[in-house]
Design a protein around this ligand. Structure first.
Ligand code: NDP
Ligand code: GDR
Length: 370
């Protein structure tokens, strides 16, 4: 008998990789997507099956983390063996602009699912994974961070996720639900949203190298992160639900790089060497070696700091210690930082080349036949 999984946030970066992974393991995968005025399923279109198809293994439902009624209905219908709660307003900077919504979707949304499991009598059947985050450590109290490092959240996003973290622990202890937190450090991929710093960098540098864009504006270049690959990390989400006992795990690579280093490495992949000049708000990245396109020249300023991208409270440094995951889940991250950056820049370069072709050759407009 195939197992049934329900993924919230299936249209996001992790949702897409996890759905692919679970399908490859023989699962029937249900996903919750919210209603949007334009299609929001680009990352999972390759998995889509028409409602008319027989024996579908990939099924989408309309629902929203802020709407208990939809969540209860879906969980009641699906009766999942496993729920992966990935849905969230996941942008830290945006959470300062929309703190109440972030608390509702990321904090209360998690409670809504846990309550649905309990009220529907699924406490013994349904295993629950909560997408917790290294942002919980915020103003870090210890380096590197482990499962026992104290939390000090520094954004409305992190505070909402802290509520969700403890609700998950509480429902495990109070009702015996197999519920666990994956405390995942930053993980990226070519499917990463364009406004997160890694994707913003690879997309912009690919375009700059082909002369499609002049400049990349960034905030805190000194910020240090432990970056892994989303494809590796979703496997850990699954492994956490396959243990004898529910526990919380840190998932990280144990290596740290600055935003500036990410820029340097991504730039090298498109044949550009960057020299940094100035300090703080005045820091700039200048080409010291030519790019792919003759329109990019030595001496061009390609990166500038724009304080608009600073956060009211910043998380300066994150570095995870994944020893527990290695020991108990037998996990080692497969993708190195260098491979991750390379994969992302190649993907964005391909996209940028498509735009160049359209620019050079135009786009065939099909005239309407009367
Ligand atoms: P994304 O932002 O790519 O995806 C978030 C998903 O949540 C999307 O499918 C989005 O839908 C959905 N969503 C947002 N709000 C709602 C809502 N109100 N109701 C229903 N669905 C909603 O995030 P990632 O895939 O990168 O991350 C997955 C989870 O892991 C998130 O909870 C994130 O906070 C957490 N996390 C991520 C880390 C990372 O480095 N990527 C690290 C640690 C934790 P739509 O497509 O319509 O926007
Ligand atoms: P983060 O990721 O906040 O760690 O949250 P993000 O990529 O947004 O920022 C990483 C660091 O880069 C700095 N930075 C910039 N960030 C953005 N977005 N845009 C910029 O222009 C820029 N310039 C510098 C930031 O200040 C920050 O220090 C991600 C999300 O996926 C969360 O959902 C998840 O929980 C955590 O990772 C772990």
């Amino acid at each position: 008998m195939s197992k049934t999984a329900l993924i919230t946030g299936i249209t996001g970066q992790d949702g897409s990789y996890l759905a692919e992974f679970l399908l490859s393991k023989g699962y029937i995968v249900h996903g919750i997507k919210r209603r949007t005025s334009l299609f929001n399923t680009e990352r999972i279109d390759h998995l889509y099956q028409d409602p008319q198809e027989q024996d579908r293994r990939f099924i989408l439902h309309h629902g929203d983390m802020t709407d208990s009624s939809s969540l209860i209905r879906i969980i009641q219908d699906v009766q999942p063996d496993e729920i992966y709660n990935l849905a969230a307003q996941s942008h830290v900077a945006v959470s300062f602009e929309e703190p109440e919504y972030t608390g509702n979707a990321d904090g209360l949304g998690t409670l809504r699912i846990l309550e649905a499991i309990r009220l529907l009598g699924l406490a013994k059947k349904t295993r629950f994974y909560q997408a917790s985050t290294s942002e919980l450590y915020g103003k870090v109290q210890e380096i590197p961070q482990t499962e026992t490092t104290p939390f000090y959240p520094r954004s409305p996003y992190a505070v909402a996720k802290m509520y969700a973290y403890w609700m998950t622990v509480n429902y495990r202890e109070a009702y015996g639900i197999y519920a666990c937190n994956g405390i995942l450090f930053n993980h990226e991929s070519p499917l990463r949203g364009e406004t997160f710093v890694t994707r913003k960098i690879t997309r912009a540098l690919a375009r700059i190298s082909l002369g499609l864009q002049d400049r990349l504006y960034l905030g805190n270049l000194d910020s240090l992160r432990d970056w892994g690959h989303a494809r590796d990390y979703v496997e850990m989400q699954w492994l956490m639900l396959q243990q004898d006992k529910a526990e919380d795990f840190v998932i990280a690579t144990g290596k740290q790089h600055s935003v500036r280093e990410f820029v340097d490495l991504a730039a090298r992949h498109v044949g550009m060497e960057i020299r940094w000049e100035g300090k703080g708000d005045k820091e700039r990245g200048i080409i010291s070696d030519v790019g792919l396109d003759p329109r990019v020249k030595v001496g061009d300023v390609v990166v500038e700091v724009d304080p608009r991208y600073y956060r009211p409270t910043e998380v300066e440094t994150l570095l995870g210690d994944p020893s527990k995951a290695k020991e108990k889940l037998g996990w080692v991250p497969r993708t190195t930082f260098e491979q991750l950056v390379r994969e992302m820049i190649i993907s964005d370069l391909t996209e940028a080349r498509k735009d160049t072709l359209v620019q050079q050759h135009g786009f065939p407009i099909f005239e309407r036949q009367e």
